[in-house]
Every structure is written in C-alpha cells, then in structure tokens.
Design a protein around this ligand. Structure first.
Ligand code: G3P
Length: 221
C-alpha cells in the first residue's frame, strides 16, 4: 500500500518526504484554503518537492466542459499531476474525456461501491472513498472500502483504490489489510504511525546504559 500525505502544507510535505516513505500527495480546495496562499504557487511548490502522484482538484464545477478545461490545465503543470474530479455526472463525463486522452484522474467524494464502480468504468487511475466521513455519518467506512477492494479484485479493475478521510492509525492498518492500493494520511496521523511508547522507553534505556558504560570507562582510565 502506497502512502500519500493529505495536505497542502509544504512544511508537512517536507517533513514526511524526508522519512523516505512518501509516494504522493492529495490536495483539495479545503486543504489549499487552509494555507491562505496563491493556489498556483502552492501547487508548484508541492510538484517540485515530491517525486510521486500529486492530486490537484478542479474547482469550476459549472459544467463538464468547464471541469474538462480546468483538468487539462492542471495536467499541463507537470507529469506527476493526477486531476481530481468529483463523483457527479459532469465529473464522470469530464473524467472520461480526460482519460481518453491519457490524462490520469482521481475520482473523489466517493461514498459507495456503486460510485466506485462508475469511476472504474470510465478508466479512472484512482478512486477515493472517504472513510472517516462515512464513519461520521454513522456508516461503516471500512466495510465500504472492503466491498470496493473485493469488487475491484473480482472484476480485475485497474483503477487504484485510495482510502481517504483517514483519522487514526487503525484506519491505516485496516486499509492495508483490506487491500487498499493507497492510503492518504493526514500529517498528525503520520506522526502517530511512527511513535510507540516502547520505542521511546527503549531509546531511553539504551542511552542510559551507554552513559553508564562511558562513566565506568572514564573511571578506569
Ligand atoms: O483528501 C480528501 C479527504 O482525505 C478529506 O478528509 O478529513 O476532510 O474528511 P476529511
């Protein structure tokens, strides 16, 4: 399972990128707005920093033509751009036209296996079910993800399943068990993934024992 970072913060991206585990970044209009800057400048910095799939989302949802035109502009920014489109009839229509021309798309705001099948049928590169928001609404997001990965395996769909709207480390572990191709992980969850109290205790003990040895050796000299 590839790990992406779900953010538009360049500081967060730089930190996780240096761990060597980052395979891509997902952004959306809300994440860009949180940075309070010029979207084009933010996207350019992300594209220059990460050597992996970078999802950039269309914002002009007025028609399929508008989404297609904006998607083409986004795709021109760099080779690693994946154009993010919403799961709507217009989004599907624009997405199909883009995939026909070899532009990779990520169909977002997916909440059901039925929607995921539609994304696969237009040849989407990625489909993004939102697990946490399903949980928030009293549904079982992980069960929906499992259904999607099962259907995609049975149908041999090539579309990659990207688990989005993840809230805690158990989400990441269960997504890996369920066969998600990609998990897009918020920064605070990445920090929780790397930490374990026994690792911290182990480090303290190693350091203390090493210092004791150094004192012993100095005493003998
Ligand atoms: O990338 C979109 C998705 O991950 C959003 O998550 O936390 O806003 O539901 P959230």
């Amino acid at each position: 399972m590839r790990l992406f970072l779900d953010t538009a913060s360049i500081e967060e991206i730089r930190e996780i990128n240096r761990w060597g585990v980052l395979k891509g970044v997902t952004t959306n209009p809300s994440l860009i707005a949180k940075e309070h800057g010029d979207p084009d400048a933010i996207w350019a910095e992300i594209l220059a920093t990460v050597d992996g799939d970078i999802s950039l989302e269309v914002t002009d949802l007025s028609s399929a033509d508008a989404m297609e035109a904006e998607g083409r502009k986004l795709a021109e920014k760099a080779e690693n751009v994946v154009v993010k489109l919403p799961m709507t009839p217009d989004g599907l229509s624009a997405g199909k036209r883009l995939t026909n021309d070899g532009i990779r798309i990520n169909v977002t705001l997916v909440f059901s296996p039925a929607q995921a099948i539609l994304a696969a049928e237009i040849g989407a590169y990625i489909v993004s079910p939102f697990l946490g928001r399903l949980d928030d609404a009293g549904s079982d997001g992980m069960a929906v993800l499992r259904q999607i990965t099962e259907i995609f395996a049975v149908q041999a769909y090539e579309t990659q399943v990207l688990a989005a709207s993840l809230r805690h480390p158990m989400h990441i572990i269960e997504c890996a068990e369920a066969g998600a191709d990609i998990a897009t992980v918020p920064y605070d969850v990445f920090l929780k993934l790397v930490r374990h109290p026994l690792t911290d205790l182990g480090l303290q003990k190693f350091a203390a024992d090493w210092n004791t040895l150094q004192t012993e050796l100095k005493g003998r000299a």
